[in-house]
Design a protein around this ligand. Structure first.
Ligand SMILES: Nc1ncnc2c1ncn2[C@@H]1O[C@H](COP(=O)(O)OP(=O)(O)OP(=O)(O)O)[C@@H](O)[C@H]1O
Length: 310
């Protein structure tokens, strides 16, 4: 098990990471979800022993890896957020270079490179210079580099930022496959809640350096179990009606998108008749009234009063 205990990083007065605790067991996919600046990358950099914590510990099988990172480096692969590749080399040459840095013996490295190129779907593109790759292909190769030494644990820092949908799907499926077939444990950071919801067994939601919620998807969503989420659509946008809903004492977490309004309300409240009469006052037609399942985004909004994506 890999574990972080009361991990903190302070830059001058800014607490980038503030007493974060979490763990990942072998074979799990754990999500680290949070908006830009939440502290995900800093947490990962500390686990990867790239930066030194201001306080707290990183433990692998109860051994402190900050003091002695050798064991961890053998079993951990890290996919950084920034693309770290050489544009004037081909994919194969990049893998050869990074493989030699990991001190993988030459005979074994060739075999590993062939396997990795297949895993990342670049087996037919390995002779191209990386500077001629699309953004998505570079992202895939960035992942390949981290897979060369067959890590049991893999950390992926926002691996799908800024790429085309096809490459994004390929990366999501690669993550699933690595976990299913090789039992690789994966820490997946993202601010795309749908990715984390799709991939992860357990999730930690971070905001402003702290973990503000954690558990399985179901456990996290049950934070909202005393409330129901409602989405209503009107025939047109009305300033007066929106103003009235915003100030309604029974509603919270109101979000308005043109003529659609979503909000939460205590379970057991029959709001429909009240809404009909508000619509009548403002001469607006209610086109639909839908009770929806909470998402991780809704939980984040509930806990912080802000949307996950900015
Ligand atoms: N080297 C640094 N010096 C000073 N402040 C830093 C440094 N690195 C990060 N920070 C600050 O720490 C906070 C957390 O940043 P971090 O990059 O860990 O967040 P994040 O959740 O990974 O965000 P993103 O999704 O944008 O990568 C931010 O306020 C950031 O400005």
């Amino acid at each position: 098990m890999l574990e972080v205990v009361n991990l903190s990083k302070v830059y001058k007065k800014n607490k980038a990471v503030d007493q974060v605790n979490f763990y990942i067991e072998p074979g799990e996919i754990v999500g680290l979800l949070g908006p830009n600046g939440a502290g995900k990358s800093t947490t990962i950099a500390m686990i990867s022993t790239l930066i030194t914590p201001s306080a707290g510990d990183v433990l692998f099988q109860n051994q402190n890896v900050i003091k002695d990172p050798k064991v961890l480096r053998k079993i951990l692969g890290v996919v950084p957020q920034e693309i770290a590749l050489y544009g004037d080399l081909t994919a194969r040459e990049n893998l050869e270079f990074f493989g030699s840095m990991h001190k993988i013996p030459k005979s074994r490295l060739k075999e590993r490179i062939d396997v990795v190129l297949k895993q990342i779907g670049l087996e037919n593109e390995h002779k191209k210079l990386v500077k001629h790759y699309s953004g998505g292909m570079k992202r895939r190769l960035n992942i390949g580099v981290a897979l060369l030494h067959e890590p049991q644990y893999l950390i992926m820092d926002e691996p799908t930022v800024g790429i085309d949908p096809q490459s994004r799907n390929h990366i999501l499926e690669t993550v699933k496959l690595l976990n299913k077939e090789l039992k690789t444990a994966i820490i997946y950071t993202s601010h795309y809640m749908e990715e984390v919801e799709y991939l992860c067994n357990r999730i930690y939601i971070m905001d402003q350096g702290r973990v503000i919620a954690s558990g399985t998807k179901e456990e996290i969503k049950s934070i909202l179990s005393s409330e129901k989420m409602i989405l209503v659509k009107f025939n047109q946008y009305s300033n007066g009606l929106v103003h009235e809903l915003m100030n309604h004492p029974l509603l919270s977490n109101i979000s308005v998108k043109e003529s659609e309004v979503s909000f939460t309300i205590a379970k057991g409240t029959n709001f429909l008749p009240m809404l009909m009469s508000i619509c009548e006052q403002h001469q607006i037609v209610l086109n639909s009234f839908q009770v929806k399942e909470p998402t991780l985004e809704d939980v984040f909004l509930h806990l912080t009063g802000r949307a996950l994506r900015n």
